[in-house]
Design a protein around this ligand. Sequence first.
Ligand code: FAD
Length: 394
Amino acid sequence: MKSSIQNHKSGASYDAIVVGGGIHGCSTALHLAKRGLSVLVIEKNTVGRHASGVNAGGVRQLLRDFAEIPLSMAAMEKWFHLESLLGLELASTCHFIGDVGQIGVAGDSGEMAWCEKRVREMRSRGYEFEELLDREQIRKLLPNVSDQAVGGIMSRRDGHANPARSTQAFRLRAEQFGAVFEEGVRVTGLQQSGNRWVVETSSGTRSAQVVVNCGGAWATQLARMAGDEIPCETVGYTLMVTARLPKFIDTVVVGIDRTLSFKQTESGTVVIGGGVPAIVDMVNETSETVADRMVESASTVLDFFPYLRNAPVVRTWGGLEALAPDTIPILGPSEGASGIWHAFGFSGHGFQLAPIVGSVLADLIVDGKSAFSLAAFSPNRFSPEAVAAVGNLH
Ligand SMILES: Cc1cc2nc3c(=O)[nH]c(=O)nc-3n(C[C@H](O)[C@H](O)[C@H](O)COP(=O)(O)OP(=O)(O)OC[C@H]3O[C@@H](n4cnc5c(N)ncnc54)[C@H](O)[C@@H]3O)c2cc1C
C-alpha cells in the first residue's frame, strides 16, 4: 500500500487525477484504481473535511427524483454489500445500518394527498419500494409520534451510516489499490497539452489523461478552469445533535413539506437536520449556523416528537454543497474539454449515491460504456439562460 502523504515532484504524471477528497472523489479514485489506473487525488484541505464528513449520514432511496432512482437503488445494493467493495474490516468502520427504514411523515391532509400521488406515480413507473402508511400504521412504526402525524410514506430498506468514517474507508480502500492522496494542495488551473491535462496546483503541476472534478461546493470553479460554465449555487445545510438519549427510535424520519429530518445514532445521540440553510462563507470556505434558523427545525421536530422537548442540544454545524437548478447531480464528461469529467451538484443528497457514482464513472472512463445512462445528469443539460441566471458564476 502506498503512503498517503508523499513529496510529489512537480510534473508527476498519472492516468487520472481526481480533484476533491470527499466521498465522491474517494469512491471514484477507488473504482479507477481497482481498474488498474494510476490515480492521484488532490484535496485542498483534508479528506472528508467538507460535506462528505459532516453530513447527516442518511442512506435513503425514499423520495428521490425519478431520474436518480436507478442509481440510488444500485447504490443501496452496494451499501448492503460494502464488504465486497471495501473489505470486511473497512466496511465495518462505516457503521452502515440498513433495513431500519426512512419515513416521510405527513402532517396534514395536503401532505397525505401528495404521498398518495407519489406512491401511485412510483407504481406506474414499476417501483415498489415506497409504501403508503395510514395513521394507525405510522403509530405502530413510530410509537412516540404525536397526533399531528396523519400518515406518511416509507422505504423499508433505507438507513444510515457514519459519514466521516465512510469517507475515510473509501479513501483507505482506494489507497490499498494504489491511489495516491495529496492533502493541503489546491488545484488552481487546468491546461490542455496534447491529449493530457496539466493540473496546476499550489504545489507545482501534475498531469493526467483524465481529470475528474469532484470538487463539491467549489466544482463550478474547477469546471470553469476547463471552459465549462455549469449553473450550480453554493448552499449550506445545518445539523444539530443532542446528548445521548435512551434508544427510542430506529427509523429515520423526514418531512414531506417541512424542514424535518432526524435519526438516532447507535450511541443514542439524535441528529436533526432537514435542509435548514446555513450561512455560506466562501471567503473562509465554511458555513455558520445561526440560532434563528434552527427555530423552525426544532419546532417541527417537537410538533411530531414532543418526547424530545427537553433533549439537550450539544452542538450545531453546517456543511457546504453545490445545488443544481433541478436538484439532481451533474455527472458525465465535459462536452468541450476532452478528458474532463464532472461529478458534483449532489444538492444535499449525494452521500447515498457515492458507491455507485464512482463505479459508473470508472466504467465510462475505462470502457467507454456503463449499464447506467447518465443522460439525465449531463453537464450540458442547462440552457444558456439557466447558466446566466446563476449569480455566483461571475
Ligand atoms: C449538512 C448536510 C447534511 C447532508 N445530509 C445528507 C444525507 O443525510 N444523505 C445524503 O445522501 N447526503 C447528504 N448530504 C449531501 C452529501 O453530504 C453530499 O452530497 C456529498 O457529501 C458530496 O460529496 P462530494 O465528494 O461531492 O463533495 P465534498 O465532500 O464537498 O468534497 C469536495 C472536496 O473537493 C475539495 N476541493 C474543491 N475544490 C478544490 C480544489 N480547487 N483543489 C483541491 N480540492 C478541492 C474540497 O475541499 C472538498 O473536500 C448532506 C450535506 C450536508 C452539507
